[in-house]
Design a protein around this ligand. Structure first.
Ligand code: NAD
Ligand code: MG
Length: 375
């Protein structure tokens, strides 16, 4: 009997990669639910190919029978009895409720939607414990950590080192970076992804989000999570154990491998679709420290992580607003970090133990971010 999978955000970069992986694994998995925000055309094409029992669109439904509409379709898709694994490829805070609901129903969430683990890490962890669900990371760095850990308990773990490409502005002068255009920010050197995460990779906010993600996934302190710039994106993470041994996971950059692993973990299955690794083609691997000066938003994210409570939620919300305003041409690239800074300067971290508190911090931060961006 094949395993039922729901793909949330099926029209996005992660969603499309997930369907590509699933197309090669039809004997193991079947797609039973698809959801998207507003790309009805692509969603219809996917629905015609996969014939899932459930199709949901957040925005732009036509009121057809058997089709879910509005934000509620995400939870509907994620909690269906015929779904065992939810691939959450939604971007931003909108993916939170579906993750929580799926975990409470005991499902595996293959999580790409890192923003929601950052804003509500405690709630997500708690929901998994309560309902018997599990979060398996899709993010390549965290998949690498999980693969290196190979079931060893967190007490044997000394340190995680996540790699970062450094983004398109790694060698640019600060004044030039501050004035960079959306087109320039969207030219990522090694990965093809959605717009929001591509901008996050240019500011290195993505790596700050990933540090917080690692903290909640692997039960490590922030001092145990380091980041190194590795422009070739071939090593995805290093794991250092208490005896000093270091393991790393290596591969040409593709999300299909971590997506497949999130579906099959702890097992591995044959997959002919991924480019085989070749050390000669990989040639040179280089590593450099993260320059705090070049990536002020990264520094702010690490500080929010250390503050804890609702501070990571405020950091995430401020960044979501700032990136949106940057992409629509309202603010310059250099303003993204300034907007985040303005929000964190006035945010008073409180307990992040309830959904109401997290959502209030998120809404507050968004309002302050918009004000700061306009001033
Ligand atoms: P994307 O913009 O390509 O796709 C986003 C998807 O989310 C779309 O299918 C869209 O329909 C859906 N969506 C957007 N807003 C929504 C809303 N309000 N309600 C419901 N659905 C909504 O983004 P992406 O690059 O696929 O990234 C998705 C998530 O995966 C992000 O959290 C990102 O950080 C993470 N991630 C992506 C990659 C990658 O290679 N693309 C790698 C690691 C992690
Ligand atoms: Mg990543």
């Amino acid at each position: 009997m094949s395993v039922g999978v729901a793909v949330l955000g099926s029209t996005g970069s992660i969603g499309c990669s997930a369907l590509q992986v699933l197309a090669r694994q039809r004997d193991r998995f079947r797609v039973v639910a698809l959801t998207a925000h507003s790309n009805a055309e692509l969603l219809e094409r996917q629905a015609a190919e996969w014939r899932p029992a459930y199709v949901g669109i957040v925005n732009g439904g036509k009121g057809e029978a058997g089709r879910g509409e509005g934000a509620a379709c995400l939870v509907e898709a994620a909690t269906r009895p015929d779904v065992r694994i939810v691939v959450n490829g939604i971007v931003g805070a909108a993916g939170l409720e579906a993750t929580l609901a799926a975990l409470k129903c005991g499902k595996r969430v293959a999580l790409a939607n890192k923003e929601t683990l950052v804003m509500a890490g405690e709630l997500v962890t708690q929901a998994a414990r309560q309902g018997g669900g599990e979060v398996i990371p899709v993010d390549s760095e965290h998949s690498a950590v999980l693969q290196c850990l190979a079931g060893r308990p967190s007490g044997e773990l000394a340190r995680l080192i996540l790699t970062a490409s450094g983004g398109p502005f790694r060698n640019w002068a600060p004044e030039r970076v501050a004035a960079a255009s959306p087109e320039e920010a969207l030219r990522h050197p090694t990965w093809r992804m959605g717009k929001k995460i591509t901008v996050d990779s240019a500011t290195l906010v993505n790596k700050a989000l990933e540090v917080i993600e690692a903290h909640f996934l692997f039960d490590v302190t922030y001092d145990q999570v380091e980041v190194v710039v590795h422009p070739q994106s071939l090593i995805h993470a290093f794991v250092e154990f208490v005896d000093g041994s270091v393991l790393a996971q290596v591969g040409f950059p593709t999300m299909e491998l971590p997506i497949l692993y999130a579906l099959t973990h702890p097992e591995r299955v044959p997959d002919g679709g991924v480019r085989r690794f070749d050390p000669v083609a990989a040639a040179t691997l280089t590593f450099e420290p993260v320059s705090d000066q070049s990536y002020p938003a990264y520094r702010l994210g690490r500080a929010a992580a250390r503050s804890g409570g609702t501070a990571p939620a405020a950091f995430n919300a401020a960044n979501e607003v700032a990136v949106e305003l940057f992409l629509d041409g309202t603010i310059r690239f250099g303003r993204i970090a300034e907007v985040i800074d303005a929000v964190l300067a006035v945010h008073r971290p409180s307990d992040a133990g309830s959904l109401a508190e997290v959502l209030a911090a998120d809404a507050d931060a968004r309002r302050i971010a918009r004000e700061a961006a306009c001033s």
